[in-house]
Every structure is written in C-alpha cells, then in structure tokens.
Design a protein around this ligand. Structure first.
Ligand code: KG4
Ligand code: ZN
Length: 337
C-alpha cells in the first residue's frame, strides 16, 4: 500500500510517498522562504500561488523516483493553516483522487508533526507525552493512542517559534529568524541578561511568550539608544534562547511527573533547536524522541505516514477540507469511513 502525502498549509510545498510495507520511499520539498523574506513574513496569497506552481511538478518527481503510476491513497493536510494554501493541496488531492480512482485522507497538520517520529527506526510506543513547538503552536499533549490526544497545556499568546522569529526580527536577522537566532546565540553569553521564564512557576502547563518578547524588545531599545547594540546582539540571542528553552523543558518535565509519562516526542520546527535538544536530554526524566532534523519543519513525509496510520478513514474524493483552525483534541482514533 503506497500513500502519497501532500503538505501545503503554510510556506513549504511538501510531497512524499510512504509504503506500509517498505517505509518512506521518496520525498521532495520546496521552501518559499525566499519569496516571503522580502516582506518579513508569510504573505498568504503568494503562498497559495507558489503551491499552485510547485505542487504538480513535485508530485510527478516523487512518483517518477518511486517508479509508480499511481498511489493507493492520497493524504493531504486539511488544517490548521492558511485556507488558500490548504485549498491548493486539498483541491489537487481530490482531483488526483478522482483521476486515479483512489481514496483521500484529510490530515491534521499538528498530528502530522506528532507522528513524524514514526518514520524513524526506533519509533516511540504509546502512551507518550508530546511537545509540539512550531511557528504557530506550542502544546504539551498526553498521547494515549493514535487519535487520543489530551491537550495538557498550550500558549496563551505567541507560539515559541513566533517568539524566536519576532526576536530575530528585532535583532535584524531576517525571516524566518529562528535558525539564524539559534546560530547567533552560539557565540553569546546566555547569562548576560536575565529575561523572564514566563509561567514557569505557575502550577499549570500553559505557556506565554509575549512577556519574554517584550522584555527582549525593551532591552534592545535601551541598547540601541546607548549605541551598544552591535556588541550585544549575540548575548541577547543567547539569553533569549536560554529563557525560552528553560521554559519549554521546565514545563515538559513537570508534565512528565504529573502525567507519569516517561517518553516524550519533541516535534515541530523549534524541535530542531540544539539547545532544546541538549537540555531535554539532560533534564527530562525519560526517553526523548525526535523526528530527523529535516522532518522537524513542515514536510510531506509526516503527512504520508499519518495517512498510512489513518488509512481506515480513506474516503472517496468528493469533499475538499480546509480548516484555518482545528483543535487537535477533536480528533479520534481512526474509524472506517
Ligand atoms: O513546524 P514549522 O516548520 O512550521 C509551522 O508549522 O509553524 O516551524 C517553523 C518554526 C519557525 O518559527 C522557525 O523560526 C522555527 O520553527 N525554527 C527554529 C529552529 N528551526 C526552525 N527555532 C529555533 N531554533 C531552530 N533551530
Ligand atoms: Zn508545521
């Protein structure tokens, strides 16, 4: 059984083929970063148009690489994300489903991130804790089974990836700034500034990153005013990153204790952060699982593997689903359509 996965929820066009018998057989990714960086953020209309431009050629490339005429099912990201961008993937998935006479499977983008570790040689067993950290989400989830998700904590304002991106912008590091900020932080002193660890001492498992972002902004303004900013950028980046990572690891560790879950999956773009990985390894009281680095950020492979796990839900291509908002805890275990 071969499942074609299509991801178009934001600014990456991702396509992959996953075989239930052989695992991942081909994948391709096109990043739109260059198109959006001049605007300092993702422009939805440009994102949709570029998915239109790239999606069919990437599908053709992946099918050729795998030597396949048609897949057995097509999984596509149905949300959450930019509706226009989602419509491109959902529209083409349904069109190809009709042309190839094969069923389609709508996939929740964050479930895709969550299941990306299932592509690895040593996937986690259920139950486990998941820390999903991306540009749009920061969530701690108790994953009891496929589709049985309890959201233990979420961000009350900015997502952690968004905080990285906004701080990077203040430091004039361009868009998306997360990886650039992390690289700059390697050269800085993470104790130079004492930024807040928001919500860390609160008993609940929610996050908040806007206070941290504001504290960094005020410090940068002060340094700009005094003319010292250039020599302090790396220290600011390192101190910000340390505060953000301390908060994530602190809350994840607390969740491990309260939930009694000794396995954790860390996924989503910020899961690529090296300090987060080393601190999680040092402080999390259990085994930590990650997708390989290239599958931490958006990609088609995570959608294809999620489709393979939800194959029971494959349905005739008759409805394009595209949800801007879609809560992960409304999902259920796969049931035959
Ligand atoms: O999962 P993803 O590709 O897209 C969303 O679903 O949002 O995550 C993108 C986010 C961006 O905010 C980006 O700056 C951040 O992940 N990111 C990082 C790193 N690599 C990507 N943040 C911190 N350190 C990194 N190494
Ligand atoms: Zn994502």
């Amino acid at each position: 059984m071969n499942i074609l996965g299509i991801e178009t929820s934001c600014d990456e066009t991702g396509v992959a083929l996953f075989s239930r018998e052989r695992g991942l057989i081909a994948h391709a990714l096109h990043s739109q970063v260059d198109l959006h960086s001049v605007y300092g953020g993702v422009v939805p209309e440009i994102a949709s148009r570029d998915h239109v431009r790239m999606l069919l050629p990437l599908i053709q490339q992946v099918m050729d690489e795998a030597g396949l005429e048609r897949p057995d099912a097509i999984a596509y990201t149905a949300g959450p994300g930019l509706v226009g961008a989602l419509m491109v993937g959902g529209g083409l998935a349904n069109g190809l489903g009709l042309a190839w006479d094969c069923p389609v499977i709508p996939i929740h983008h964050m479930e895709g991130h969550l299941l990306a570790t299932m592509l690895e040689d040593e996937p986690p067993e259920y139950p486990f804790l998941a820390l999903l950290v991306s540009g749009g989400h920061t969530m701690l989830i108790a994953v009891r089974e496929l589709g049985e998700y309890e959201i233990l904590g979420t961000t009350l304002d900015d997502a952690v990836g968004e905080a990285f991106d906004k701080t990077a912008k203040l430091l004039e590091l361009g868009y998306p700034g997360g990886p650039a900020l992390a690289a700059l932080a390697e050269r800085g002193d993470d104790k130079a500034y004492s930024f807040p660890r928001p919500m860390l001492n609160k008993p609940n498992l929610d996050f908040s990153f806007s206070g941290l972002k504001t504290a960094v902004m005020l410090e940068i303004r002060k340094l700009e005013h005094s003319g010292d900013i250039d020599s302090c950028r790396a220290d600011i980046a390192a101190s910000f990153q340390r505060a953000a990572v301390d908060t994530l690891v602190g809350k994840a560790t607390k969740a491990a204790v309260t939930e009694g879950l000794n396995r954790i999956v860390v996924a989503g773009g910020v899961g690529a952060n090296r300090l987060l990985r080393s601190e999680m390894a040092r402080r999390y009281p259990g085994k930590v699982y990650y997708p390989r680095l290239e599958f931490c950020t958006d990609n088609g492979a995570m959608i294809a593997v999620a489709g393979a796990l939800r194959l029971a839900e494959a349905r005739d291509a008759t409805e394009i689903r595209a949800h801007a908002r879609w809560s992960l805890d409304t999902l259920a275990a796969p049931v035959a359509a």
